[in-house]
Design a protein around this ligand. Structure first.
Ligand SMILES: Cc1ncc(COP(=O)(O)O)c(C=O)c1O
Length: 360
C-alpha cells in the first residue's frame, strides 16, 4: 500500500480504497480550523486582485512590521516565508552538512529537509508510555555532538506540548554546547491561553529558532503563509538564501488583516474547548485511547493496535477520512490521527466509533 505522505487528500483516499468518486467524505485527516477561513477573506482577496499585476515589495516591510507588532519582537527578528514548509527548508539550509536530532514521531518535513541539505540525523522518541513527553536525559547526553534539534510544539501528530522547564534546560545546555533548538509552533494559536507561545524566549536564548504557519489556524493551506523568528544575525543570514518574491502579493496584503482579527482566534478557542471536551468524554466512554493533546487533533488507538488499519477502512467506507500514521516514525500505523471538527461532524464521528465498537 502506497499511503499518502500528508493528510487532507480525500480524493486520493477514494482512489486508493475504491470509494465512489462522487461520494462525500468528511475530512478528519487535515488538522485545519473548521471555523476558517474568516468570512471576510473572500471579498478582501477580491478587493486586492490588482496586487497580482505587480511584484510584491521585496522586503515585505509592512507585513513584517505587523507581524513584529503582533508578536512583540523587532522587525529584524522576523522572516516572512511561503508557508511553514519554506521556513523548515530555509532553516535546514542554514544547518547544511551539520548534525541534527529530530524528536519523533513528528511532522515528516523536518526529515525531508535534513536529507535535502545533507544533515546527519539521529532520532529520539516521544513514547506513549511516557505520555509523549520529551526524552530529555537522552537528548542531553547527545548534545555536545549535535548542532541542531528539531522539535514541534504542540507536536504533530500527538498534540502534546514539551514542558517549559525541560525546554529551558535544553536551551541553557545548548548555549554551552553551541546547539540550536528549532521549535515549530505551527499549531500554537490553538493552545489554551494558559500555555503561551515561546516568543519572549528569543531575548533569553540566542540558540532558539521559532517557526510559524498561518495555514492551520486560518484554514488557508492554498495561500501559503508562514514566518520564522530568531536573533537578527540568524534572520539576516537565512534571508539571503530565500528566493526573491517567495511570498506572493495577495498574502502580503492579507497578513496584516488576518492578524487584526482577534475575534476569530477567540471564537476558535471557544469552539475548541467545547468540542475537545465533547470528544474527550465520548472517547473515554467508548474506551478508546486518545493522546494527551492540547490542540485541535489527537492520536486515537483502539484496544488492539493491530486493528487500526481495519478501523481506518471502516471509517473511510462510512464517509470519514482520517490520517494514517504509517509514515510517522515510531507509530508504525498503530494509531490514526483525527482532527477536531465542527459539532455536527464530531457527532457523526462518535456515532461511527460507537457503531465500530458494537460491531467489532
Ligand atoms: C507541524 C507543521 N509544521 C509546518 C507545516 C507546514 O505548514 P504550511 O502549510 O504553513 O507550510 C505543517 C503542515 O502540516 C505542520 O504540520
Amino acid at each position: 500500500m502506497k499511503w499518502p505522505n500528508h493528510g487532507g487528500q480525500p480524493e486520493t483516499m477514494k482512489q486508493l480504497f475504491g470509494i465512489n468518486q462522487d461520494s462525500e467524505l468528511l475530512d478528519f485527516s487535515a488538522n485545519l480550523n473548521p471555523l476558517g477561513p474568516p468570512t471576510w477573506l473572500n471579498s478582501a482577496l477580491a478587493d486586492h486582485y490588482d496586487t497580482i499585476t505587480r511584484y510584491p515589495e521585496p522586503t515585505y516591510s509592512r507585513t513584517t512590521a505587523s507581524l513584529a507588532k503582533s508578536e512583540g519582537v523587532e522587525e529584524n527578528q522576523i522572516l516572512l516565508t511561503n508557508g511553514g514548509a519554506e521556513a523548515i527548508f530555509l532553516v535546514a539550509k542554514y544547518f547544511e552538512n551539520k548534525k541534527a536530532i529530530i524528536v519523533q514521531p513528528t511532522f515528516i518535513e523536518y526529515e525531508r529537509a535534513c536529507l535535502h541539505y545533507h544533515i546527519e540525523m539521529e532520532d529520539v522518541f516521544l513514547e506513549k508510555e511516557k505520555e509523549f513527553q520529551l526524552p530529555l536525559t537522552c537528548i542531553l547526553e547527545k548534545l555536545s555532538s549535535t548542532d541542531v534539534i528539531f522539535l514541534c510544539r504542540p507536536n504533530n501528530p500527538t498534540g502534546t506540548v514539551v514542558k517549559e522547564e525541560e525546554l529551558q534546560v535544553l536551551l541553557e545546555e545548548g548555549k554551552r554546547t553551541g546547539t540550536f533548538v528549532v521549535i515549530d509552533e505551527a499549531f500554537v494559536d490553538f493552545l489554551p491561553v494558559s500555555i503561551p507561545s515561546l516568543t519572549t524566549w528569543l531575548e533569553m536564548y540566542p540558540n532558539v529558532i521559532l517557526l510559524r504557519s498561518l495555514t492551520k489556524i486560518y484554514s488557508i493551506p492554498g495561500l501559503r503563509v508562514g514566518y520564522m523568528m530568531a536573533g537578527p544575525t540568524i534572520i539576516h543570514a537565512i534571508r539571503k538564501e530565500q528566493i526573491p518574491w517567495s511570498v506572493n502579493a495577495l498574502v502580503d496584503a492579507m497578513v496584516p488583516k488576518l492578524l487584526e482579527d482577534k475575534t476569530f482566534i477567540k471564537q476558535t478557542r471557544g469552539w475548541l474547548e467545547e468540542q475537545s471536551q465533547f470528544i474527550g468524554e465520548a472517547l473515554t466512554n467508548l474506551a478508546f485511547y486518545r493522546s494527551p493533546s492540547n490542540v485541535n487533533f489527537y492520536l486515537l488507538q483502539d484496544k488492539r493496535p493491530l486493528d487500526t488499519d481495519r478501523l481506518f477502512q471502516f471509517l473511510l467506507k462510512n464517509g470519514v477520512v482520517t490520517r494514517h500514521t504509517h509514515n510517522f516514525k515510531g507509530l508504525n500505523g498503530e494509531y490514526i490521527r483525527l482532527a477536531i471538527r465542527s459539532k455536527k461532524e464530531n457527532e457523526r464521528l462518535v456515532y461511527l466509533l460507537q457503531k465500530w465498537r458494537n460491531e467489532s
